[in-house]
Design a protein around this ligand. Structure first.
Ligand code: ZN
Length: 170
């Protein structure tokens, strides 16, 4: 069955570990898996805070015919066109699993996430706790003056619930 899945969560929810584990799961079943990242990132691997790491390639415009399963991490940074290419790939028994953040540090939807919310067959949250009060986190607070939206330094982000985020930002 072909499906486009979008798994979203805050920083530190374990998205990359889930992505890597999915790759192992499908490779053990002898399926052809492509592990990819948005082209804009220019990073050649996926690593998780728990220490898992696998090589990944920049998402190609056309996904080769022999690929059964596409797994994309940091998918919040996908462009509209990249999401549409992934959507197009998901037919004839081929599926894609995309992992990413819902919103940036200002609480705005990322472009990739916006189109994944719109076009995915299945949308699931990977929940995580607020760093301060342990309620569910939905924001990524950034402890830095760096205003660049694409910043992969995971240590400067704090997953926070709405109440704790409001206290820090106002
Ligand atoms: Zn909180």
């Amino acid at each position: 069955m072909s499906k486009l899945y979008f798994f979203f969560g805050t920083m530190g929810a374990g998205k990359s570990a889930y992505a890597i584990n999915k790759a192992y799961e499908f490779r053990e079943r002898n399926l052809e898996v492509m592990l990819a990242l948005p082209k804009s990132l220019k990073v050649g691997y996926i690593d998780s805070r728990s220490g898992l790491k696998l090589d990944a390639i920049p998402l190609p415009e056309r996904i080769p015919e022999n690929i059964d399963i596409l797994i994309v991490d940091e998918s919040q940074f996908l462009s509209e066109q990249e999401v549409k290419n992934i959507r197009n790939f998901c037919k004839n028994e081929k599926s894609a699993f995309c992992y990413g953040l819902r919103t940036d540090f200002s609480g705005n939807l990322f472009e990739g996430s916006k189109f994944l919310f719109a076009l995915s067959d299945s949308i699931r949250e990977i929940p995580s706790m607020c760093k301060i009060c342990k309620k569910k986190s939905i924001f990524n607070f950034r402890n830095s003056d760096n205003k660049n939206t694409i910043c992969l330094d995971k240590d400067i982000y704090e997953p926070l619930c709405f109440e704790c985020y409001s206290k820090k930002c106002c």
